[in-house]
Design a protein around this ligand. Structure first.
Ligand code: HEM
Length: 371
């Protein structure tokens, strides 16, 4: 977590860049923005910086290829699945195989270059946030018996992008939609941000932990609209579970979204947005302590959850400092599953610049320009 917090300035650069663009777009007062697309670009940028750090430009090129690969997967997901079809040399499959080869080759090249640099002692700065690639190269070099191969590193880089980009952007999208639908919570969250870090400062690592309302809002958003709606386990032995005999090798689907909406666990208001239920912490929010599982559970729980939450808190806090927002009249509430839970018709939101932020900017400009 400490290493993650060193990434705050890295993340803030991408977030502030996006906010500056929104400010220009809303120069006449307000602007309608389809946030889900913007958040996808934002999380892609942040995950690239986090994974590749000093190799950002090369990493970005690889992740662009992977985004194309993900588009193929999503397209295939929408079609009826015919067993064995993915092995046939169709045009789409050939393109997808070519892309996979290209991704692997570029990643191998990038890793080789970084290994050479680390061996020659380049890019070693005290207190510098370590990127995922650097950490994995370090781990693979740490002892002669280490069995992490370059192939493992390539696969980890790919799954980092696949697992971390759209999940986090969906969390940001749903939370923005919920805050737009519930202005009283938006005001409460903004008041807290302004009290903790003022109207202009980027929240520090100490500030982030003080944003209790935002934390409750994010939890409630993850409860109602968990980006990953289910996860799977396979039983390793015959087992009795809740009175049922489950034979070895059975695949069990854990329906995260159904557990999160279950009235017998969350009470009669299970379908409503009520962040206060998290006021006493996650374990006390429901009748059962493990009812809240947006990041899965047990040993295979999501490894990126702290990164995702830090990123989401930072982005929302900076957004609340600068804008108030409401749903656009064209918004249609239609959560739908396309691998992840996302808004079927997008999320158009109207953003209005806050005067206190503009005043701060004017004062800064006055100071910069001199008398
Ligand atoms: C809001 C954001 C996110 C959500 C809702 C989410 C959700 C999940 C869920 C439900 C699982 C399955 C856990 C299980 O079966 O118990 C998972 C696994 C995983 N997630 Fe995330 N995730 C998010 C962000 C991220 C990020 C940012 C990264 C990486 C940068 C990441 C990397 C992974 C990986 C590598 C796994 C597989 C872990 C394993 O199998 O050991 N996730 N995530």
């Amino acid at each position: 977590m400490e290493n993650l917090k060193l990434l705050i300035p890295v993340m803030a650069t991408s977030i502030v860049d996006m906010m500056e663009k929104w400010s220009v777009m809303s120069s006449s007062g307000e602007v309608e923005i389809e946030v889900s697309e913007w958040f996808q670009n934002l999380t892609e940028d942040i995950i690239t910086r986090t994974a590749f750090g000093s190799s950002y430009e090369d990493g970005k090129a690889v992740f662009r290829l992977q985004a194309q690969q993900m588009a193929f997967v999503t397209e295939a997901f929408q079609k009826v699945s015919i067993p064995g079809y993915r092995f046939l040399p169709t045009k789409r499959n050939i393109n997808s195989w070519k892309l996979d080869k290209q991704i692997r080759k570029s990643l191998m090249k990038l890793i080789d270059r970084r290994v050479e640099n680390s061996n020659s002692g380049e890019n070693v700065h005290e207190k510098c946030p370590k990127d995922l690639l650097g950490l994995m190269i370090q781990a693979s070099n740490s002892s002669p018996s280490s069995n992490i191969t370059v192939n493992d590193i390539v696969e980890e880089c790919k799954s980092f992008f696949f697992a971390g980009k759209d999940t986090t952007s969906n969390l940001l999208t749903w939370t923005t939609v919920l805050l737009a639908m519930h202005p009283q919570w938006q005001i409460q969250a903004r008041d807290e941000v302004l009290m903790v870090c003022g109207s202009r400062d980027i929240p520090s690592k100490d500030d982030v932990v003080k944003l209790k309302t935002l934390n409750m809002v994010l939890n409630e958003s993850l409860r109602l609209y968990p980006p990953a709606i289910a996860t799977i386990r396979r039983s390793r032995t015959d087992v009795e579970l809740g009175g049922y005999n489950v034979p070895r090798g059975t695949e069990l689907l854990i329906p995260i979204i159904a557990v999160h909406h279950d009235q017998s666990i969350w009470g009669n208001d299970a379908k409503e947005f009520n962040p206060s239920r998290f006021a006493e912490g996650v374990a006390r929010a429901a009748k059962r302590p493990v009812a809240f599982i947006p990041f899965g559970l047990g040993v295979r729980t999501c490894i990126g959850q702290n990164l995702a939450l830090l990123q989401a808190k930072l982005a929302l806090a900076i957004m609340l400092q600068r804008f108030s927002f409401r749903l656009a009249p064209t918004y249609q509430h239609a959560p739908t599953v396309l691998m992840l839970l996302h808004p079927q018709y997008g999320a158009p939101i109207i953003f209005q610049r806050l005067p206190h932020h503009d005043q701060g900017q004017d004062q800064d400009q006055d100071r910069n320009q001199g008398p």
